[in-house]
Ligand binder design. Structure first.
Ligand code: AMP
Ligand code: GLY
Length: 422
């Protein structure tokens, strides 16, 4: 089978690494890819959202499956585009329909979906320019902390959590009145603050059935001890130590089954990954968010712990045969440490030459790198994700951190405390 992966991060490198191991894989392309995918697959200079160019490439190279990594092409309707183009009808596209992708593309859509299907989540109210004054009143009458979320995609920056009533009002005004995130913040959700520990569950849905992939916990803040600015993700562990069978049973019965059944009932086509961000409040799981794709950097540790042939799973997903498949999780513990460019998530420099020593105890997934004149250079905020497996979380972390230390480039930074709570 010829396969095209869309995306350019560590997640896509991990997908490529896993797919490359499949006996079903013939040619593998990544668009646009990075310095790591260049060694495993053929990088193609295509934009993830240029559907016409993707179509032309798929037809030219006889691509039979397109795996969509990031949310943007999904929210912009790549699934529907493939359905509507008769020449693409035989091509398997892994990802939800445009409406299904609204689970991530619109916080309001996701909240009302959860309300309709009785899925536990934080209580919320929705505000727009029409009822902005009511939004200010709402903040005035309610207790801190305030959680404000821009409705649409805002590159991970659309959530404000503040103890200050004044700051909450200012943020609400900035988002709605001053269009801080453009159309994405013309609607804002204000929701109940939930206190608890977060974890992520990943499922692959074929529209009727679903498989549960290894769970994970990611670390989003730049600083150790979860301090400082939010990032795309600084590390992850899998499995999550406190997620036992009893908790998973609750997640399955209260969240996963109602989500898949809700999609089916509403005739929302969904053949792809659902990333469910959860928080454990007094022993009860509640949904913080849905994403219509896999997590990054979680994929970089979930793929190494997944023992199935990924390509077979994806094919079964597309053919609506997931009921016949069983997921095999590795019994080993896994950890990923993300190496970033100095300054990230604020301004940072690119183009630093890198040295990655060979190490057969770790996997090194590239996030923001490129090869230029035969040299490997940094090319993004998040640069590498170093993953390792071990018989304990500590053993996995030790291996990953040792390799993170040994890698060199100017400005290298990584968190040494991934998994610190356990
Ligand atoms: P989101 O983009 O919805 O995942 O929100 C980003 C982060 O904000 C989450 O990973 C949580 O750490 C935090 N967060 C979001 N919603 C809430 C909430 N209702 N209560 C507490 N923290 C939240
Ligand atoms: N690791 C967070 C995300 O993928 O959204």
């Amino acid at each position: 089978m010829n396969i095209l992966i869309l995306g350019s991060g560590g997640r896509e490198h991990a997908f490529a690494w896993k797919i490359k191991q499949s006996a079903l894989c013939d040619r593998l392309f990544v668009a646009p890819g990075n310095g790591g995918t260049a060694n495993l697959a053929e990088n193609i200079a295509l934009s993830e959202t240029d559907f016409d160019a993707i179509k032309a490439f798929v037809l030219k190279e006889n691509i039979e499956m397109v795996l969509v990594g990031p949310e943007l092409p999904l929210v912009e309707g790549i699934y529907d585009y493939f359905q509507q183009e008769s020449s693409l009808n035989g091509v398997m596209l892994i990802g939800p329909s445009k409406l299904g992708a609204q689970l991530e593309g619109s916080k309001s859509f996701a909240k009302y979906f959860m309300q309709r299907h009785n899925i536990p989540t934080a209580a919320f109210e929705e505000f727009t320019l029409e009822n902005l004054e009511e939004g200010f009143d709402f903040i005035e009458k309610n207790k801190a902390p305030f959680v404000l979320k821009a409705d649409g995609l805002a590159a991970g920056k659309g959530v404000v959590i503040t103890e200050s009533r004044e700051e909450a009002k200012e943020s609400l005004a900035e988002m709605i009145r001053d269009a801080k995130f453009g159309k994405a913040s013309s609607k804002v959700i204000i929701e109940e603050f939930l206190k608890g520990i977060e974890f992520s569950v990943f499922v692959l849905s074929d529209g009727s059935d679903f498989l549960i992939l290894p769970n994970a916990k990611d670390y989003k803040r730049i600083g150790e001890g979860d301090q400082g600015l939010n990032t795309g993700g600084m590390g992850a562990i899998s499995p999550v130590p406190f997620v036992d069978e009893k908790l998973m049973e609750k997640v399955i019965e209260r969240v996963l089954k109602p989500t898949i059944e809700g999609l089916k009932k509403e005739e929302i086509v969904y053949k792809g990954f659902i990333y469910v961000g959860l928080i454990l409040v007094d022993g009860e799981p509640k949904v913080i968010e849905y994403n219509c794709r896999m997590g990054d950097p979680e994929t970089e540790i979930v793929m190494p712990r997944l023992e199935n042939d990924l390509l077979s799973l994806l094919q079964a997903c597309s053919e609506e045969k997931l009921a016949d498949v069983e997921v095999k999780h590795s019994a080993l513990h896994g950890a990923t440490v993300v190496l970033v460019s100095g300054g990230y998530p604020e301004a940072y420099e690119k183009g630093k030459e890198m040295q990655i020593p060979l190490n057969d105890e770790t996997l090194c997934f590239h996030a923001g790198t490129k090869i230029q004149d035969g040299k490997l250079l940094t090319n993004g905020g998040r640069v590498l994700a170093v993953s390792a497996l071990g018989t304990s979380l500590e053993a996995a972390l030790d291996k990953a951190k040792k390799q993170a230390e040994a890698i060199s480039y100017t400005g290298k930074y990584y968190r040494r405390d991934i998994g610190y709570e356990f």
